[in-house]
Design a protein around this ligand. Structure first.
Ligand code: KIV
Ligand code: ZN
Length: 423
């Protein structure tokens, strides 16, 4: 699997290179790409680990199991479900989930410390597809200020951690913490060593959300070009959202050769959060020219978002892409008129594809006659053009008082209007 993904990504990268160099070909890049099979991107969900680090969002074992089961139905390839050394409760949760989940890989986090790895391995006992995630900081600030050591020592510790983890499981993912701010040459050296030590996945975290998409993409490309053995492992993105770029950086990562994206439901996670699962998945699905796909059952996205929000007591912002309550609602007259005539005028995603029942036409003082007529008809009121004009003026008076005009207001408006209406 790793080999296949990595080779596919490498092949895609080579084809891109050829296409860029022969830009005078009459056939376009998009046309050639459409002839190629889509490349499958692995979705690594870390809602139950990085996501759960959010203050106040800690979950008990029962809640974690419920979310893990829903993530399996959603179709994630890997779920990182905890940091077992961190607390007995987290150890217990990982232990339980490891025994329940059958289709996805179950991953546990550790530092590059033997005790952490041993505890992670113990918690994963009985998992169908166990993965240990271990690693160490590689940026100058991590090496010199946090770890107060040398670059050579960081490589030694990383290699030792991977070798130690391999005693327990075959699937070992290595993270180079703060890779986003790590010098590329040194990062390449670290990765070459951990791959030689047996890492099956190399994670390139933009831990502080510092990178710009083209810089993060270039980093992945640099690693593809310079790390011996990288074609035999999975390259993973892990982007934080401190500058609002986590999703864009993850996409830049896969376009440049990564084949796994680490992300969370609703984009929750440390500080400003992680790349949002629903966003990266829908970008890969909607942007056909990218030629990627995932194994995610997108119809479960809305309910998955609701479950995580409810269990973590963390509301979803209304304008959140894909899963926010306003993501498919239209309130201005111009937009409403377009959507009523053809949904695609203002929507690039079919709400049914992400598990949202339908688009909504919200009535406010910015709404138009088309929307009022549409909503009236849905309640069973058919009106003539003249009647609509009268009703619309009355509607605006109500809308100016109330922020949103509800069905009950409409029923009153339509039924008590002086105009004679057919219901
Ligand atoms: O952001 C980060 O660097 C992490 C690692 C532990 C993977 O979460
Ligand atoms: Zn993180």
């Amino acid at each position: 699997m790793f080999l296949r993904n990595a080779r596919e990504a490498y092949l895609r990268y080579l084809i891109n290179e050829v296409l860029q160099r022969f830009s005078t070909l009459c056939i376009t890049k998009l046309e050639i790409q459409s002839l190629m099979p889509n490349s499958r991107i692995q979705i690594f969900d870390t809602t139950l680990r990085d996501g759960e680090q959010v203050p106040g969002c800690q979950l008990n074992t029962g809640e974690k199991i419920e979310i893990a089961k829903a993530l399996e139905v959603l179709g994630v390839d890997v779920m990182e479900v905890g940091f077992p050394i961190s607390s007995p409760g987290d150890f217990h949760s990982v232990q339980k989930i490891a025994k329940i989940i059958k289709n996805a890989s179950v991953c546990a986090l550790s530092r590059a410390v033997e005790k952490d790895i041993e505890v992670a391995a113990e918690a994963l006992t009985g998992a169908t597809k166990p993965r240990i995630h271990t690693g160490i900081g590689t940026s100058d600030s991590h090496v010199f200020d946090k770890l107060k050591t040398t670059r050579e020592n960081v490589i030694e510790r990383g290699v030792a951690a991977v070798k130690f983890a391999k005693r327990f499981v075959e699937d070992v993912e290595f993270y180079a913490e703060d890779a986003g701010r790590t010098d590329n040459e040194f990062l390449a050296k670290v990765l070459e060593h951990v791959i030689a030590a047996g890492a099956t996945v190399v994670n390139i975290p933009d831990t502080t959300g510092y990178c710009l998409p083209w810089d993060y993409g270039a980093k992945i490309k640099y690693l593809c070009d310079h790390v011996k053995g990288i074609e035999n492992v999975t390259i993973s993105t892990h982007c934080h959202n401190d500058l609002g770029l986590a999703t864009a950086n993850s996409i830049a990562g896969v376009v440049n050769g990564a084949t796994q994206i680490e992300c969370t439901i609703n984009g929750i996670g440390e500080r400003a959060g992680n790349a949002s699962l629903e966003e990266v998945v829908m970008i890969l699905r909607q942007q056909k020219g990218l030629c990627f796909d995932t194994g995610i059952n997108t119809k479960c996205l809305k309910s998955m978002s609701g479950l995580v929000s409810q269990k973590m007591r963390m509301p979803v912002q209304p304008n959140k892409a894909i899963v926010g309550s306003n993501a498919f609602s239209h309130s201005s007259g111009i937009h409403q008129d377009g959507v009523i005539k053809n949904r695609e005028t203002y929507e690039i995603i079919d709400p049914l594809d992400v598990g949202v029942g339908e688009s909504s036409i919200v009535l406010t003082a910015r709404s138009g006659r088309a929307a009022l007529k549409f909503r009236g008809e849905r309640l069973g009121f058919n009106v003539s053009k003249g009647q609509l004009e009268t009703l619309y003026q009355e509607f605006l008076l109500i809308a100016d008082q109330k922020k949103i005009v509800q069905d009950r207001d409409l029923i009153q408006l339509f039924s008590h209007s002086s105009s004679s209406l057919t219901a």
